[in-house]
Design a protein around this ligand. Structure first.
Ligand code: TXA
Ligand code: MG
Length: 356
């Protein structure tokens, strides 16, 4: 692919400067690609109604063309033109959770390009809760198709610097609004069937959705793979790897004390072989691990939101430090912890369950 000069513009994350927003919106209107911060992660935006622009996203990311994109809107009315008929619960959900990290999968209108939906008869829509994202969409005057602004398969970007590392020379501009908010992506909820189904856990939790909707299912694929007690399970191959740092990642799930001991033991074995080990640890256990390992703290076990904010940044830090193996303390799959565990399971090469 030809390289271009990527422009970087600092923008006030609270009150984005109109002249910068307009420059970025112009690029989108002309068919180009602009990365921008949202309340979840950085997105890579293009005109969502133009197939050619959308094709540029797939090319820049190296993304398989059958993986559909989310259309981002700044006003509720925009959704009417994107859907051939909104399910009854849509308005309630938008009213409660928008702007915010909830993506709704709804029946698709004719005008939505195949390039966005991967040929499906549904389309994913969301209104992000970030002043820069909203101002950009508003100024562009079109729904903005935006996946996370990483190379396909890599951890999602939570800083403009992460976008630069992955997409320098492949996109027109980056709006640098500082750190993205929650650190994990939006929840993807399919509301086209009788019972809403979570396709990807994210910023809006299962618990929050159940409060509003009653019954909510989780797609088995959204949970990560099935585990067997005490047996390391190989992930079913690179095809399903995602969010992955360069070094192999081993995820330890189960009782915190046993998890900590198993990680310590494996760390010692790996280091004895001369390997550089990184441990992603809870605040509670961080002090207990061998001092020769690189320890990156995810935060307290009771505060999954801090793990969410740090996860992708830590995975990229592992790359920068060129560690040979990453050992990760899992957390309870509750609240936003479910989203964190989904990302970790998908990034993991091996999942080890630690139970008495
Ligand atoms: O927080 C987010 O959602 C970020 C920010 C930038 O908004 N975006 C994001 O996009 O994470 P992406 O492309 O990395 O993830 C979109 C997810 C994918 O898992 C995709 O398969 C799913 O949404 N998706 C999109 N359209 C869909 C559809 N019509 N049916 C089912 N799943 C869909
Ligand atoms: Mg992504």
């Amino acid at each position: 692919m030809e390289t271009m000069t990527t422009q970087y513009w600092r923008v006030d994350p609270v009150k984005p400067q109109p002249e910068i927003v307009f420059k970025a919106a112009d690029i989108i209107k002309q068919g180009g690609l602009v990365a921008f911060p949202t309340e979840t992660v950085y997105g890579l935006g293009a005109n969502g109604l133009d197939s050619k622009s959308v094709a540029g996203i797939y090319l820049a990311k190296g993304r398989p063309s059958d993986n559909p994109l989310i259309l981002h809107v700044s006003r509720l009315e925009q959704v009417d033109k994107l859907s051939s008929g909104l399910p009854g619960v849509a308005l309630d959900l938008m009213d409660i959770f928008w702007p915010g990290p909830l993506t709704l999968v709804v029946p698709r209108a004719k005008g939505v390009p195949d390039a966005v939906t991967g040929g499906l008869n549904t389309v994913a829509v969301r209104m992000p809760d970030h002043p820069v994202a909203l101002a950009l969409i508003e100024a562009a005057g079109v729904p903005v198709a935006a996946p996370s602004a990483n190379r396909s398969g890599r951890p999602s970007p939570t800083l403009a610097e992460h976008v630069r590392l992955d997409l320098e020379g492949k996109i027109d501009a980056v709006l640098d609004g500082g750190p993205a908010g929650m650190g994990v992506e939006s929840t993807v909820l399919d509301i086209t069937g009788e019972i809403p189904v979570i396709l990807r856990p994210g910023g809006v939790t299962l618990e929050q959705l159940r409060q509003v909707l009653g019954e909510v299912k989780i797609d088995p694929a959204a949970l990560g793979e099935k585990l067997t007690a005490n047996t390391p399970v190989k992930s079913p191959g690179m095809k399903y790897m995602h969010y992955a740092p360069s070094a192999p990642l081993v995820l330890f799930e189960g009782e915190p004390g046993l998890t900590c001991r198993a990680i310590t033991q494996q760390a010692e074995e790996e280091m004895a072989q001369g390997k550089r080990v990184c441990i992603l640890a809870s605040k509670e256990n961080a002090q207990l691990y061998p001092g020769e390992a690189v320890i990156l703290e995810l935060g307290s076990r009771d505060k999954p939101a801090s793990a969410a904010r740090r996860l992708f940044r830590h995975l990229r830090e592992c790359d920068r430090l060129r560690v040979d193996v990453i050992l990760v303390e899992g957390l309870a799959p509750q609240g936003i912890g479910l989203a964190v565990m989904n990302r970790l399971r998908r990034a993991a090469q091996i999942i080890t369950r630690c139970e008495a």
